[in-house]
Design a protein around this ligand. Sequence first.
Ligand code: 4AZ
Length: 253
Amino acid sequence: VVGGALSAVERHPWMAAVFSRSARGRAFTCGGSLISPCWVLTAAHCFPDGTKTSLHKLSVFVGKNAINETDAQREQELRVSQLFIHEHFDNTDGNYNNDIALLKIRSPDGRCAKESSSVKMVCIPEVHQSLSVGTSCEVTGYGREQEGLWYYSQYLREAKLKLLSQDVCSSKEYYGSMITDNMLCAGSPDWSADACKGDSGGPLVCRVRDRVFLFGVVSWGEGCSRQSRPGVYTKVSNYYNWILEKTGLPSLS
Ligand code: 4AZ
């Protein structure tokens, strides 16, 4: 996150961190959001091997503040038993259309995530529920604090962003035809804050009548905090029924 502030996982207790094991050890891969005790929503592009991804190489943490520190008091580590990548995820135009994936998580004792002050679920907006342009939302993540840095943030950070209109975001001064109806754009009016590399898969949340909803999944953008290049997010409300179908949950709001 660029231009934000230090957060605390208690402020965003649905925040998940996806790691993958490689020859070089365990590497932080993407953010995610806890939408039920057993399910984390993230981005499809976090899994370059697609449906061939080895699930036993993945692990998911919830309740985590620092990416390189263990906090046994707060964090929970979970295994991944299922991965659903959206059937129409498509990057042939370089715009990550349908950039959404679900991870089914399982604790070592065969249960799921346990709710606590640092671990809670976020609501999913209903189909095509949309907010007005200019609504203030928040993005969180462990990603870069500036575009040019090679390292990620050590700690969870947050930034306030405003929703942009589809018309502005798909204008030729912005991203043109790269923006589909499955995406939404959010930025700061002075371009000082944005998601950045490493924040992918993580949450863009907006408060509606005192409840917090996951409106976006960090997906892409040209650089970070560049003028007229806002962050692009998967529009989660379009996937309400897809999420119900894959998870078998009765409701999400
Ligand atoms: C990335 O590479 C990335 N400024 C994520 C978000 C944004 C840019 C890049 C948005 O993961």
